[in-house]
Design a protein around this ligand. Sequence first.
Ligand code: ASP
Length: 449
Amino acid sequence: MKVIKFGGSSLASAEQVKKVIQIIKDDDKRRFVVVSAPGKRASNDRKVTDLLIDLYDACITNKETFATIDAIYQRYAEIAAPFGIDSAVLADILESLQTLATLPITDNSYFLDEILSAGENNNAKLIASICQASGIPARYINPKELGIVVTNEPQNAHILTKAYKKIYEWRHAKEILIIPGFFGYTENGQICTFSRGGSDISGAIVARGLRASLYENFTDVNGIYAAHPGYIHEPETIAELTYREMRELAYAGFSVFHEEALMPCFQASIPVVIKNTNNPSHPGTQIVTERTNLERPVVGISSDEGFSMIYLSKYLMNKEVGFTLRILEIFRDFDLNYEHMPSGIDDLSIIFRSEQLNEETEEELLRKIAYEINPDELRITHDLSLVVVVGEGMKQRVGSMAESTAALARKNINLEMINQGSSEVSFMFGIHKEREKDAIRSLYYTFFE
Ligand code: ASP
């Protein structure tokens, strides 16, 4: 049995929903369907979730809400139009949207969550009716009834382990269940959403709870590309990669799938496949626990900009007990999250996202390090990009690092930092952000063509 999830772009219009209906019909193992709210129909369009945020803003600033409610309602009405569904369904959606504007605001930490959840909740009701009108025996189910119990952190819920047992009880449901993504209920029965893009998380939770054989995640690309299509013309789609590889790639910019959504499937060893609603016969990208085909050393190359690096060296540093601890304590005092800390015998670099510092805090930080650590050399570099080369196949193979550095050298790209983690699944280069595109290109053509 498979759990299938459709993202917002797959549900943005009646035309897209027709494809979704066909995809559900095509495979009778697709018994549990998780849906997002309607997304963008074109790049200049707005997601229903973003319109709901407008509604929230209007409510808390005491502004008129009619136009926004109508704009949201029209999105559902437009999707429903060609399917000939019962008019009561749309009336129900309109009423639920109008009710949002009357909810209590003061002392209600979940006000935004209640508003946001309406996007997927109404969509699940609508898609269930469209399924029925199209001859699919389906019904809407509320996440509370299904058992999605979450922590009480507004807009950042996490699943409670006990939820999985309850969800499992639905395994033999007679009808195909249409489940709204993005939210669950706290133990006190309060609606609470996951972080943005969280319908992926709902799908993964349902797949784990039901012990599904596969979690199919339908979106608007053929799968995960081996490199950013903005840098490489028509990059290859990765056929198969492991959770670990996916995690490494996602770290530096691969954002097809919500990062937190991998966890439940990883824990239960349920394979995930990313597929394209607009091209469903394409096999997509499969994420698995272990890969059998390791012929190619590298699966993907990703990159992200916006990093800074503090370098410090001190003679005989490695003999001082607690040296690193003291530096990290300073980072903690500045509420700074660091990403990497490659070190040598008497020196180390700390890499972190630049946005966490401003001119003033940077000066203070350097002053504090200089005062407390008394290094021989201390400097900070900005405008760094991290380029990550990922592949389990590199473990069995000699020379991947040599080939990579040679490729970068041919392009005259200066390496500010090299970091190979202990896993041997990836390594990382810190380079100036202006050379990011060249670096990705030279690495891609080294390993892929
Ligand atoms: N609709 C929500 C969002 O836009 C959740 C999702 O689509 O996954 O963030």
